[in-house]
Design a protein around this ligand. Structure first.
Ligand code: GLA
Length: 690
């Protein structure tokens, strides 16, 4: 809901628990007024008449107070917008008009021939912000930097910054530290979102898991990006974010062209990290993730079991075993196409390998369907091996710098998706592929960073960075529209492309190539700060762990770890014993029962993964599911009971595993005994209100 003051200069957006207000001065300065609990329009108007601090030597009264600080005029903070024309650099905005459409508020400004529109939309308690810059003149306009939004926090002492950092096989690890004066910058200059940071920050002072104020900001962009958290000299804090890492030139706008930034979303919660993440999850399920009300199926993927060594017969054998344990979606990973028998060749040639699939993919797809499962395939369309028919035919289709060495990470090069001929080729290939066999699911991978992002002959080659992402999105959108029954997974060597932008066009994401069930608990803990279990793919793989560390763990521990998200199986089922298969079947059955609660319920992180015992709880209606893991029991000490959340203290709950009836107040205040013991133990407890 948007409330507007009578003078048309103060705006208030209101969500279920929060409010956001801004004000335009007579001097055309757009000031931030409020972001926090709900307030009345009269409160916003009272804030609007509070005087600014006045000019002091060396300080600008606008700094730390503007909604969208730009380069130009008396401003010394990090500019969200930096524009260069043939005549000058920087902008001076005159307000033109505002309008609303549904729940969207738009404020329009102009500086000569350049137009600027600030967009605001409240969805739940999430404020979505983005900006459009247009060139309405006759000359070229260069956008050196165009961020989506600047968020301003209220004055508080002792801000702390939480972030999700990582690397390959160790994504989304949560860390928190005091904010100090200056700028803290996170981002990616790799061409994709990156494993190193999820584009999310949370600012807080004294918040805990279930109490206190948390301000979160998350960017919806799958290319290079930057979020800067600035603590200004007067201790004000602003958070600025958008596409691109540097300030050295994003795009040029020809006359008549415009640039729309990605969405930079912000959320205020006074329910601590748990309350904030539940609000983020609800927002993504309601407004971001396509068809989020549908359950995601249990999948099987043979990558860890077989890597590149695949054949139709071997996949059919695995499919029979997968179907027998209750898998619903069978995915053929890398190695089915072109000359792809290792990572040295074939990438780019999206036709089935004739030695491996002599009659194409259709016979296997039909077989998988006959077994009662959906059929999925792996692709990596943005890449090419130099040893491929595609590269031999079009060596100029890759990103490269004329006369410079090039880097072949994983023996592959990045296609220049900014080129229209490349876009059209990929569309033909993928549309043809999805039409040639009954494919229900596509795992879309991206396995290397940009390093030689050149485009010889193009007058403004750096536009490739933005245009690659736009082309990737457009391709996904077009494929989804043409093949509405196909689901997509975003993968980038695990979790290298996870953000709200890709999430709005894919059905789930591959969280990490690290499938070690213990490491996963920390990765999943971080992931859950922003994204819901409904999109978090997790596989049960072999023990000892084949990929990373050789860790031995029980099937029980591996399943309960993976059941915290969208369950998949990635072990070599042809090596599993009859007993293991029978046990796996029971776990899959149990997962299907708890799936609605896990995938669509509210998440409570009961105990973090550090230390011995960790647990999460999902609740939906009268149902609750607790997943608990014990890393190692020490000194024979009894394992503590786990205090539950989100229950009615006056109600009673029946435990489906034991038949015991527990009182809500007891579970909330004294906890549930999980019965865990020893090393790497885990359990699932289902509770139903009676
Ligand atoms: C990436 C993915 C893996 C697998 C391989 C195939 O690393 O993250 O799951 O698909 O590519 O080459």
């Amino acid at each position: 809901m948007v409330d507007i003051a009578e003078n048309g200069r103060t705006w208030l957006l209101t969500g279920p628990t929060s409010g956001y207000a801004l004000h335009l001065t007579e001097e055309h300065e757009l000031l931030h007024l409020h972001w926090g609990p709900r307030i009345a329009l009269a409160d916003a108007e009272a804030l609007a008449v509070r005087p600014l601090p006045g000019y002091r030597p060396f300080e600008s009264p606008l700094d730390g107070r503007e909604e969208y600080p730009v380069e130009g005029g008396p401003r010394f903070v990090r500019p969200a917008l930096s524009v260069r024309t043939d005549e000058r650099r920087g902008t001076e905005w005159a307000f033109e008009a505002y309008d609303t459409e549904g729940d969207e508020l738009r404020l329009r400004f102009r500086d000569d021939a350049v137009s600027l529109t600030l967009h605001y939309r409240m969805r739940g308690d999430v404020v979505e912000r983005w900006v459009t810059v247009g060139n309405e003149g006759h000359a070229r306009v260069e956008l050196l930097r165009a961020d989506a939004a600047t968020w301003t926090l209220p004055d508080r002492d002792g801000w702390r910054l939480s972030q999700l950092h990582g690397r390959w096989a160790a994504e989304s690890l949560l860390t928190s530290a005091p904010l100090t004066y200056g700028d803290k910058v996170i981002g990616s200059r790799r061409g994709h979102t990156g494993h190193q940071h999820l584009p999310w920050v949370a600012l807080h002072t004294d918040a805990g898991e279930e109490h206190g104020e948390v301000y979160g900001c998350a960017l919806g962009w799958s290319g290079s990006w930057r979020i800067a958290v600035s603590q200004l000299p007067d201790a004000r804090v602003q958070i600025t974010g958008g596409a691109g890492y540097d300030d050295s030139g994003l795009l040029t706008l020809a006359p008549g062209e415009s640039y729309t930034t990605p969405v930079f979303a912000g959320l205020w919660s006074d329910g601590g990290f748990g309350g904030a993440s539940r609000a983020w999850h609800a927002y993504q399920r309601a407004h971001v993730v396509p068809d989020a009300d549908r359950d995601r199926p249990v999948l099987f993927n043979s990558w860890e079991a077989t890597t590149f060594d695949i054949s139709e017969e071997q996949q059919a054998t695995l499919a029979r075993r997968a179907a027998a344990i209750g898998v619903e979606l069978f995915v053929v990973d890398d190695g089915w196409f072109g000359a792809r028998t290792s990572d040295r060749a074939g990438l780019g040639d999206w036709t089935p390998n004739p030695d491996r699939f002599p009659n194409g993919l259709k016979p296997l797809a039909d077989y998988v369907h006959a077994l009662g499962m959906q059929f999925g395939i792996w692709v990596e369309p943005e890449m090419v091996n130099p040893d491929s028919d595609l590269y031999r035919a079009h060596p100029d289709w890759v990103q490269y710098q004329f006369g410079r060495k090039r880097t072949e990470f994983r023996n592959q090069l990045v296609l220049n998706l900014a080129r229209e001929d490349v876009q059209e080729h990929l569309w033909q290939q993928l549309d043809g592929l999805l039409s040639s066999a009954p494919v229900d699911y596509v795992k879309w991978d991206f396995n290397r960073c940009f390093t030689d992002a050149g485009w010889p002959g193009e007058p403004y080659p750096q536009r490739l960075w933005v245009d690659h992402v736009r082309a990737f999105y457009a391709l996904l959108d077009r494929l989804r529209a043409a093949h509405p029954g196909v689901a997509f997974e975003s993968c980038s060597g695990g979790g290298g492309r996870i953000d709200l932008g890709v999430m709005s066009r894919t059905d789930q994401v591959w969280t990490s190539d690290n499938t070690d069930p213990l490491d996963r608990l920390a990765i999943q803990h971080g992931f859950s700060q922003i994204h819901p279990a409904r999109v978090m793919a997790a596989w049960v793989t072999d023990s000892p762990n084949t990929q990373l560390n050789g860790r031995v763990s029980s099937l029980r521990f591996r399943f309960v770890s993976a059941m915290a998200g969208v369950l998949g199986v990635g072990g070599d089922l042809s090596e599993w014993t009859e007993e293991e298969l029978a046990e796996a079947r029971q776990w899959v059955e149990l997962y299907k029962e708890i799936r609605p609660v896990v995938q669509h319920g509210d998440l409570y992180r009961l105990r973090p993964p550090e230390g011995g015992l960790s647990a999460v709880q999902y609740t939906l209606g009268d149902e609750s599911v607790v997943l608990a893991w014990l890393q190692a029991q020490r000194y024979g000490e009894p394992v503590p009971a786990v205090r539950l959340r989100g229950l009615d203290p006056a109600a009673s709950y029946e435990c489906r595993e034991t038949g015991e009836v527990h009182r809500g107040a007891v579970l909330l205040h004294h906890g549930l005994d999980t019965g865990l013991r020893g090393d790497l133990d885990a359990t699932v407890v289902r509770l139903r209100r009676i």
